[in-house]
Design a protein around this ligand. Structure first.
Ligand code: 4NP
Length: 156
């Protein structure tokens, strides 16, 4: 099973949105038995909480289920268990590199790295901006590009 982990700060806005959107695309592509998606936060303030209302609302509007998604904190073991660890912004990426074990196999990246012409771009935090629509559009494009990348790399 190929494992993908999305990471943001609180694990209630951006990364659970990406988890739900990629999970939806994987089901549409009939790849549920090949790729599993999860999400986690670098912070621990919201552990056990469901996604933020803004994330739940925009997912619902787009007919994407968020069922079973609850916040957890990223841990060192994720670098062994996960094949793709995908951060939303540069701060998440810096935090991930700080907790990474000296040696691991996971591909660690920014979501926008997979979108043509957007490498290095950050997904803005809607917890502060309030703009969940903008984030949804970036996450949707990012997940399309990430899934295409995984399918090429994993030959599925
Ligand atoms: P997220 O947004 O990283 O996209 O889940 C945030 C959610 C909560 C907090 C910060 C960012 N917080 O400070 O509680």
């Amino acid at each position: 099973m190929i494992q993908v982990l999305f990471v943001c700060l609180g694990n209630i806005c951006r990364s659970p949105m990406a988890e739900a959107v990629l999970r939806h695309k994987i089901t549409e592509a009939d790849l549920d038995d090949r790729i599993r998606v999860d999400s986690a936060g670098t912070g621990n303030w919201h552990v056990g909480h469901p996604p933020h209302k803004g994330t739940r609302d925009i997912l619902k509007k787009n007919n994407v289920s968020d069922s079973g998604i609850f916040a957890r904190q990223v841990q060192e073991n994720d670098f062994r268990d996960q094949h793709y660890i995908v951060a939303m912004d540069a701060a998440n990426l810096a935090d991930l590199r700080r907790i990474a074990p000296a040696s691991h196999q996971a591909e660690v990246s920014l979501l926008m790295d997979y979108v043509s012409g957007k490498a290095g771009a950050e997904v803005p935090d809607p917890y502060y901006t309030g703009n969940f629509q903008e984030v949804y559009e970036m996450v949707d494009a990012g997940c399309d590009a990430l899934l295409a990348h995984i399918r090429v790399k994993e030959k599925i």
